[in-house]
Ligand binder design. Structure first.
Ligand code: SAM
Length: 306
């Protein structure tokens, strides 16, 4: 069966025919603009034999494009109605693996791939990308469509209004390049937010490039971004363990924060929003050189990067 992926009316008719509804909570807005779709596939650059993870395959528009270019696709999709239909549409396709369920739960058990493509559901896009970086599931090239504001944060530079811990996270591994803005009319149904394509190219491949303390430190310093880095560090260090002993007073934490800043060559009254990845890495390195051993309180990746 051939599906006209460029017509909202045809997609609606197909869903109606199969008795399938659309679920708002899953961010189901299909990209019906073939020109944008091809531009995104070109930006990804996956070709014959390349392994690609596709997140949120929907009715298979991007999946079709990837397969036509010779790629091997692992398609994550939560909606069982859609995966049933995808199974039917791509019945004879041996280069497609469907992974049904919530990608947040299924990705860790799925064999990795060097390419990632996704018209990501808006509510989970940033957290998913953050999880991949923190848990070192790295891709050679990533092309995602995300809410415009998320794209701005991904590409933001130090000192700018959109710079956040999520910017540092993305930039700690990838060169981030914003692609085209995608107007609501390119989707069916029309969403109430504007989208943007983003290209991420792996630039720091070394798995051990950042010590474990790097991401919790970045998160903490941005969570108190109005404070100086010295004060943020002091809060971060209080009750943590250095050289086998917990820091028991704010005074002691302050002294240790000063020493970390001195070793990292960063001014005490600097603010997190002005530090680049290299500066955060220096702070993490300096903490380790002082005998930092890790957290006493759990600060796992479930905490949001903003
Ligand atoms: N790729 C299609 C396209 O470009 O037209 C559909 C994109 S639509 C914005 C997002 C898709 O992600 C939907 O098919 C939705 O069911 C799926 N989805 C939403 N949440 C998901 C999750 N947690 N895990 C896997 N898929 C999810």
């Amino acid at each position: 069966m051939t599906v006209n992926y460029n017509s909202g009316k045809d997609l609606k008719a197909l869903l109606d025919e199969r008795g399938l509804g659309m679920r708002k909570k899953y961010g189901q807005n299909f990209l019906i603009n073939g020109t944008v779709r091809n531009a995104l596939l070109d930006a990804l650059g996956a070709g014959t034999g390349d392994e690609v993870w596709e997140i949120g395959s929907g009715l298979g528009a991007m999946t079709r494009g990837l397969l036509d270019r010779g790629a091997r696709v692992t398609a994550f999709e939560i909606d069982p109605g859609f995966t049933g239909l995808l199974g039917e549409l791509f019945r004879d396709e041996d280069r497609l693996l469907l992974v049904e369920g919530d990608v947040r739960k299924t990705w860790r058990e799925t064999p990795p791939a060097p390419f990632l493509l996704g018209n990501l559901p808006y509510n989970i896009g940033a957290a998913l990308l953050a999880g991949f970086v923190e848990e070192k599931r790295l891709f050679r090239r990533v092309v995602v469509m995300v809410q415009k504001e998320t794209a701005l944060r991904m590409a933001a530079l130090p000192g700018g209004p959109d710079y956040s811990s999520f910017s540092v996270l993305c930039r700690s591994r990838y060169k981030v390049t914003p692609l085209m803005t995608i107007k609501g009319a390119s989707f069916y149904p029309v969403p109430n937010v504007e989208s943007r394509g983003v290209l991420m190219e792996l630039s720091v491949e070394d798995e051990n490039a950042y010590p474990g303390v790097f991401y919790p430190l970045v998160r903490r310093l941005f969570s108190v971004r109005r404070k100086t880095v010295k004060n943020g560090l002091q809060i971060f260090l209080f009750s943590r363990i250095i050289k086998g002993k917990p820091i028991r007073s704010m005074d002691e934490a302050g002294g240790t924060a000063r020493e970390i800043l001195r070793r990292a060559g960063i001014r005490e009254n600097e603010r997190a929003e002005n530090l680049d990845c290299a500066a955060f890495a220096s702070l993490a390195g300096a903490a380790l050189s002082l005998g930092f051993e890790g957290d006493t309180v759990s600060e796992g990746s479930s905490e949001k990067h903003r």
